[in-house]
Design a protein around this ligand. Structure first.
Ligand SMILES: [Zn+2]
Length: 600
């Protein structure tokens, strides 16, 4: 709390650039307070006690106005030593929010038609047919021995040429005739099964149209098998992803049951991170809450504008916005090419995804497939966040960069500009409220931009309020990137324009779905697997799909962050003004609920 709070709300102290207080406001001011220019010294003192100066330090820091921008962000008013978590939000009018809309997360989960049983082609060796012309007196046994094959199998394969005579004691074998050309058989189903490590039943099931049945005359012993060079389909029992641009047209979702309620896989992606902090919390959540959230997810998918941040927050008892405050884990890892590493933060969407994907894999190994898939869907929230342009950078680094430049002088200029710019739009509303508690037997109206500036400065002095401003800076970058799009590439050789939250494009969807499908396959293939899993390789198989900015993308982000983290940037001021103007009703409502303000 510096001397800057000591500034008298006096006309003389107003800066030159201060806009005029609107006339109607000035006229209403008299309810409780004289306008600053007409304050007597004692009135000034009372005013300072209640609203300004020390009062600002005493009262206003308690009114933590967390005006987080763009949807995720919210206006929060808290009182120290009392219950926290009074959050209010604005709805996201433009869809430009700090997260993919729930419906977009849901779409990423639509990958069922991309996942198929893994099938390998197995060629029966030796792969060229061998024909054997029978010589005089050459027995089946001799031929079989010559080629190292079973006599019965040889006879069965060439049954049509095998001579049998009827005798009074029944049919007797004669054998092959000189000049007969025999086909040397390939492999039996049992042979192929043991060569490929799958069961005979599986080989039979995968090759029902091509497997041949040969019968030995007289004994009627049967052989099922394949000729040399024949291609046999081997289902490995593992699953695999069919990749390709067509993934944007993929259909079908896995069903995940939580507390008996059926969610689609994509719906759980949407629940993860944004609505539940960790998978355990989600699995044990209250049934009524889960049902309410499911209803909202369904509603939002039908009409994006039908569900607001308030709805999500209400349905989660305020948790949604609390989680939104600490959403660093939804942003990218440190990347000095984009912005210098200035924070020690070690959470990001990659670390978070790996943490939960690992949990899912372990659950799969333990045989709990449902839990494994549910956990994986939760994990994939962070995977799909990596497919948002506005989430490519490290959030903490950006906030630290701005904070470093936001010294006392920068703060004063900034909040002055914000308060005076917003005043013409919110002054009327602020003026209709007065302090709930009395000072000097009076309730005091928030009647002047000076008080508002002091309020804002007091708010920034508070930890939560500071977070609000820093979040706003991040959000500006986030929004710009989403609007412009960023050229990205991935380890798979894809190159495309990455869209942002609320603006998911087909290419991003297609590539993101391949990543999600691969993550599911990793889990499915680990069910009951007792051998040690190669976690880094499994992580890589999925993360290789995620985007990173190309050279030109890096340049764009680097310049944007550099520009936006400058507090003197007029765009930053305008963004703050927009937030306050948009959220003023909610700000006031919450202040009233908190018994900090009341209607005048
Ligand atoms: Zn997220």
């Amino acid at each position: 709390m510096g001397n800057r709070y000591q500034q008298k709300p006096d006309a003389d102290n107003r800066r030159k650039r201060q806009p005029e207080v609107s006339k109607p406001t000035m006229m209403r001011v008299v309810q409780n307070l004289p306008p600053p220019s007409r304050l007597t010294p004692s009135a000034t003192l009372r005013l300072q006690r209640t609203i300004g100066n020390q009062a600002v330090q005493r009262l206003l820091p308690q009114l933590t106005l967390t005006a987080r921008v763009r949807g995720v962000v919210q206006t929060k008013l808290t009182v120290p030593n009392r219950a926290t978590g009074l959050h209010v939000t604005r709805s996201a009018p433009t869809g430009v929010i700090q997260r993919y809309a729930a419906r977009e997360h849901v779409r990423f989960g639509e990958v069922e038609s991309m996942i198929t049983p893994q099938e390998k082609k197995h060629t029966v060796k030796p792969d060229s047919p061998i024909y054997h012309p029978v010589e005089t007196g050459e027995s089946a046994s001799k031929i079989a021995t010559k080629y190292g094959i079973s006599q019965d199998f040889l006879i069965a394969r060439n049954a049509a040429r095998y001579q049998v005579v009827d005798t009074p004691d029944g049919p007797k074998p004669v054998g092959f005739t000189k000049g007969d050309v025999l086909v040397l058989p390939g492999k039996t189903v049992a042979d192929v099964a043991s060569e490929t490590g799958v069961s005979e039943a599986s080989i039979l099931a995968s090759n029902s149209n091509t497997v041949k049945t040969w019968t030995v005359p007289i004994t009627l012993k049967e052989f099922k098998g394949f000729d040399r060079g024949q291609t046999v389909i081997v289902s490995t029992g593992q699953m695999e992803v069919t990749h390709g641009a067509w993934a944007s047209q993929a259909t079908g979702q896995k069903i995940i049951k939580i507390q008996g309620i059926e969610f689609t896989y994509g719906q759980v992606i949407a629940l993860g991170g944004d609505l539940y902090g960790d998978p355990e919390h989600m699995f044990k959540a209250d049934k009524t809450e889960l049902e309410a959230l499911k209803a909202l997810l369904v509603k939002e998918a039908k009409d994006p504008k039908s569900v607001t941040d308030d709805d999500w927050d209400l349905a989660t008892g305020g948790r949604y916005l609390k989680l939104a405050e600490v959403n660093t884990s939804h942003y990218g890892p440190h990347d000095p090419a984009l912005t210098p590493v200035m924070s020690k933060s070690d959470v990001n969407h990659k670390s978070e995804w790996e943490k939960y994907h690992r949990q899912a894999l372990v659950a799969a190994q333990n045989g709990d497939k449902d839990k494994a898939l549910g956990t994986n869907a939760f994990a994939d929230h962070f995977l799909t966040d990596a497919f948002a342009a506005g989430h490519l950078f490290n959030k903490e680094d950006v906030m630290a960069r701005f904070e470093k430049k936001f010294d006392a002088k920068a703060q004063e200029t900034f909040f002055h500009d914000v308060a005076y710019s917003a005043w013409s739009k919110v002054g009327d509303k602020l003026d209709k409220y007065e302090t709930y508690d009395t000072t000097a037997a009076k309730h005091w109206n928030i009647s002047f931009p000076e008080y508002f500036q002091q309020l804002l400065q007091g708010i920034y002095a508070d930890k939560d309020g500071k977070g609000t401003v820093l979040n706003m800076v991040v959000l500006m970058i986030h929004d710009d990137l989403n609007k412009q799009g960023v050229e990205v590439e991935n380890q798979k050789g894809d190159k495309w324009s990455l869209s942002g939250d609320g603006k998911l494009n087909d290419r991003s969807l297609a590539i993101g779905r391949q990543a999600v499908a691969q993550s599911q396959v990793n889990v499915l293939n680990s069910v009951g697997k007792t051998s040690t899993l190669d976690f880094p390789a499994l992580f890589k198989s999925v993360w290789d799909f995620t985007p990173r900015p190309t050279k030109s993308g890096v340049k764009l982000i680097d310049q944007l962050i550099s520009r936006t983290t400058n507090p003197a940037n007029p765009k930053t001021v305008r963004a703050a003004v927009d937030i306050i103007v948009e959220k003023i009703d909610i700000i006031l409502k919450k202040l009233v609920e908190r018994k900090k303000l009341k209607k005048a």
